[in-house]
Design a protein around this ligand. Structure first.
Ligand code: NDP
Length: 393
C-alpha cells in the first residue's frame, strides 16, 4: 500500500491517475497536482474513488518540496513536461522520495534532449539511497523493456534494432498532435540521428523514410527516421548493437501542414516581438491547436509500437518484431483518453508499481532496460497493453 503523487494533469496525467485509481490495493492514496487546479478536479471527478488534488508550479522547487512534505508520497510520478524534470528531481532529493518520469529533460530555450543532464544526478540519488526511474512511458519505456526482454529470451546478440512507432489512428482534425504540441513539434523538427558502428550519424529532419507492413490489419505505412532518447540509453546498455534507429509514421496531410508552419516561422522557439510583446511562435501555435487530451472522443483506429530486431540465436541469424497494438476507441471507453496518452500512462503506473513493491530496486538513476524485464512484461499484459512476438526469420 502506497501513496503516489502524480504531477501534471494533461493527457498522460489523466491515464496515470485512472490506472493508479484502479489499483487501490497498491496505490491507496493518490494526489494529482498540476499548474491548473481545474484540470486536476475534472480528472478526479471521473474516478470511482476520491483522490486529493493540488495546485503546483513544479518549476518552483520549494513548492514541490512543500507539497511532498504535506502529502508524504512513496513515489513521485512526473508527467508534466520535460522542462520540469530537473526541478522535480531536486525536490525528490530534498525530501527523500523516489522519482519517475516519461520523457528526458529539455531546456526551454533549446530544442535538444539527451540523458546527460539527468544521468549527472547519479551520485546524488545513489548517496541519498533513492531511485530515479527515467523514461517509463511507451517510447521511451516499453521499447527499452522490449529490447531487454528480447535480449534475455530470444537473442544471444542483438545486432540491428529498429524501433517502429505507428499511429494509424485518425482524430478527424486537419492538424493535431497526439501529445503536447510544443514538445512534439520540437522533437519532430530536429535533425534525425541514429547509431551505427559505434557512432552517431546525423540526417536532415524527416529526410529518411521507409515503408513497413504493420500487423493487426494496419497494413503498409510510411515511417520517417527521427532521433529519440531511448537510442542513447539502449546503445549504452547494449554496447554490441551495431545499428539502432527510431522511426515514426506520419501521414502526408500532417507533413504538409508541418512544412508550411515551419516555412512561415510558426515552429520557432526564439522570442519575436508582436505588438510590443515578446511571444514564442511555437507556444502561440500550441494555444491554437487542439488540446491532445480532448482527442480521445474523436480518434479511431490503432497504434502499433514495437521493436524490430535482427541478430543471432544459437549461432543462426534471427529476426523478430515485438509489439503492442492499442485501439484508440477502447482506451477512450476505459479512461477518456486516446491511445498515445494511454500507452504512455499505463507504463508510468507500472513503473511506479515496480518501485513501491520493490520489484525493481537500486540506488541511483536508472533507465528501464537496466532491470529484469519479466515482471514489467507480465504487468503490461495484466494492465491493458498486451504484447505479441512475431518471429520473422
Ligand atoms: P500535456 O500538455 O497534455 O500535459 C502536461 C501537463 O503538465 C499539463 O496539465 C500542464 O499544465 C502541466 N504542467 C506544465 N508545466 C507545469 C508546471 N510547471 N508545473 C506543474 N504542472 C505543469 O502533455 P501530455 O500529457 O501529452 O504529456 C505529458 C508528458 O508525457 C510529457 O513530458 C511528454 O513528453 C511525455 N510523453 C511521453 C511519451 C512516451 O512514450 N515516453 C509519449 C507521450 C508523451 P496546464 O494544464 O496548466 O498546461
Amino acid at each position: 500500500m502506497a501513496r503516489v503523487l502524480i504531477i501534471g494533469a494533461g493527457g498522460v496525467g489523466r491515464v496515470v491517475t485512472h490506472k493508479c485509481a484502479q489499483l487501490p490495493e497498491i496505490f491507496d492514496e493518490i494526489c494529482l497536482a498540476s499548474r491548473t487546479l481545474s484540470r486536476c478536479e475534472t480528472i478526479a471527478s471521473e474516478l470511482k474513488r476520491p483522490i486529493q488534488t493540488a495546485t503546483l508550479d513544479a518549476d518552483e522547487v520549494p513548492q514541490t518540496v512543500a507539497l511532498i512534505k504535506e502529502f508524504r508520497p512513496d513515489v513521485v510520478i512526473n508527467v508534466a513536461l520535460p522542462y520540469q524534470d530537473l526541478a522535480i528531481m531536486d525536490a525528490c532529493l530534498e525530501t527523500g522520495v523516489p522519482y519517475l518520469d516519461t520523457a528526458n529533460y529539455e531546456p526551454k530555450d533549446e530544442a535538444k534532449f539527451h540523458y546527460g543532464w539527468q544521468w549527472a544526478y547519479q551520485d546524488r540519488f545513489k548517496d541519498a539511497r533513492l531511485m530515479a526511474l527515467l523514461g517509463s512511458g511507451f517510447d521511451p519505456g516499453v521499447t527499452n523493456v522490449f529490447t531487454a526482454w528480447l535480449h534475455k529470451h530470444e537473442f544471444d546478440e542483438i545486432e540491428y534494432l529498429d524501433i517502429l512507432d505507428c499511429n494509424a489512428g485518425d482524430h478527424g482534425q486537419a492538424f493535431a498532435t497526439n501529445f503536447n504540441p510544443e514538445i512534439n513539434i520540437r522533437e519532430i523538427t530536429q535533425r534525425g540521428r541514429y547509431w551505427e558502428n559505434g557512432d552517431w550519424v546525423e540526417t536532415d529532419p524527416l529526410s529518411v523514410s521507409m515503408p513497413y507492413d504493420f500487423p493487426e490489419e494496419i497494413g503498409e505505412k510510411q515511417l520517417y527516421l527521427l532521433y529519440h532518447e531511448e537510442l542513447e540509453s539502449l546503445v549504452k546498455h547494449f554496447p554490441k548493437i551495431k545499428r539502432a534507429r527510431f522511426w515514426m509514421t506520419f501521414g502526408d496531410e500532417y507533413l504538409t501542414h508541418l512544412r508550411v508552419l515551419q516555412n512561415v516561422g510558426m515552429t520557432r522557439i526564439d522570442p519575436v516581438s508582436y505588438q510590443g510583446t515578446e511571444i514564442i511562435p511555437l507556444q502561440f501555435l500550441k494555444s491554437l491547436l487542439p488540446d491532445p487530451s480532448t482527442l480521445g472522443e474523436t480518434t479511431k483506429g490503432k497504434t502499433c509500437i514495437g521493436c524490430l530486431v535482427q541478430g543471432t540465436k544459437d549461432g543462426k541469424p534471427k529476426k523478430a518484431f515485438l509489439y503492442n497494438a492499442c485501439d484508440h476507441e477502447e482506451c477512450n471507453r476505459e479512461v477518456n483518453a486516446q491511445a498515445i496518452s494511454y500507452t504512455t500512462g499505463v507504463p508510468a503506473m507500472i513503473g511506479a508499481k515496480m518501485i513501491i513493491t520493490n520489484t525493481w530496486n537500486g540506488d541511483g538513476v536508472f533507465n528501464m532496460e537496466q532491470f529484469d524485464p519479466d515482471p514489467f512484461m507480465e504487468d503490461l499484459n495484466r494492465y491493458g497493453l498486451p504484447w505479441k512476438l512475431q518471429i520473422l526469420s
